[in-house]
Design a protein around this ligand. Sequence first.
Ligand code: PXG
Length: 460
Amino acid sequence: MSNTSGNPRSTSEYQAFDRRHHWHPFTDTKALNKKGTRVIVRADGVYLWDTDGNRILDGMAGLWCVNIGYGRKELCDAAYAQMLELPYYNSFFQTAHPPAIELSKILAEVTPAGLQYAFFTNSGSEANDTVVRLVRHYWSVRGQPSRDIIISRDNAYHGSTVAAASLGGMQPMHAQGGLPIPGVEHIMQPHYYLLGEGMDEKEFGLLAARALEEKIHALGKHRVAAFIAEPIQGAGGVIVPPSSYWPEIQRICREYEILLVADEVICGFGRTGEWFGTDYYGLQADLMPIAKGLSSGYLPIGAVMIGDKVAETVIESGGEFAHGYTYSGHPASCAVAIENIRILQRERIIEKAAQDVAPYFQKCLAEFSNHPLVGEVRGVGMFAGIELSADKRTRARFKPLGKAGTLCRDLCIENGLVMRAVGDRMILSPPLVITREQIDELIGKVAQSFDMTAKELGIQ
Ligand code: PXG
């Protein structure tokens, strides 16, 4: 197809080079190479454009990250100005630079009380690797080095490095490369729709939380260092836990002195309607990995926010925490994150979304519960998961699993919408700046795609 967008190469040229040289993350390369990649060249607000000039509504904010939307020149200016002034320096060997110092101070202010220190990384995965090392170091300096097991949950996503993928509970990832590493255990996820049939929802929430207590008993309290979880599981399918779940988890962590790690890589910076998922649930985390919305994806940056108990213990013990990355607190990334947070604050993007757009988004989506293809709609704030079901009355699943989701996702793209499929769950997580009119457009495209999917699968 000819190139109408002024790019130096045609779509087919890009596809040819991509096929030959570019190995994509989480991709079946054989299948992609048969089809050819979609090349995105430009974005503005909530829209993307590809090399063929198609305009696509980005219902996923990139990969759950472009919270303030595309095209904010202030972020580009911040990066440019910082790169002219000081493109690189590090925070090793008793030095620092203004952007890293400023950003750490701002993060201490915007994150929940009791998290005063930021350890910078370049991604959520690196943040979770840092968590593993810091948690173990903490127990070691407390004189309990045998407390080295971290408990996580099935179907959790905490990243793709060896440690982060081990913390995650994704079976297909574990199957490749002999994961998880020793010292990581998994418990059930609080997925009521999938696992709670016949139970009262609150009762199920307690049961899922008490799986943690049972695991602690099985392993022995003296072996368990921490529990890690996303306040709401994102990549696992936007699994919103029953209201009884988090208070019980917090009780268990306190009672057994287990560190609570709240992975806020997706929930953080407004996704739930609050600044952080821990604000939404009223949780007190000891460690809080963040990334994605920290810079709205404009440059790579992550961090671990470190709670007072861990920080004081480790600092007081003296000695070096032998961990860090060349680009920990990269000046340009920090400058972009600072500007991103200022925009969130100045324009009250999170508060406005929570008051107006998010309730509208959730209300419109809830109406899909009546669609013959839809088993359940669940969501909070500005993200949602929609379970597709072969038979909504019996909650029957599709065979093979993922067939309906993949079909629906492909139809969405044809209809000009990015909606992610997790198996047969459809996921939406648009930029927080999406307007009501754009939500109407998004809902129209979802409806059209659901109808087409149902027709193709013969579901009435
Ligand atoms: N924690 C959580 C909760 C995440 O969602 C990570 C950590 C790792 O972050 P990095 O920056 O290393 O990717 C994530 C990332 C998807 C998808 O398709 C989700 C993520 C990444 C890529 C794809 O849903 N989440």
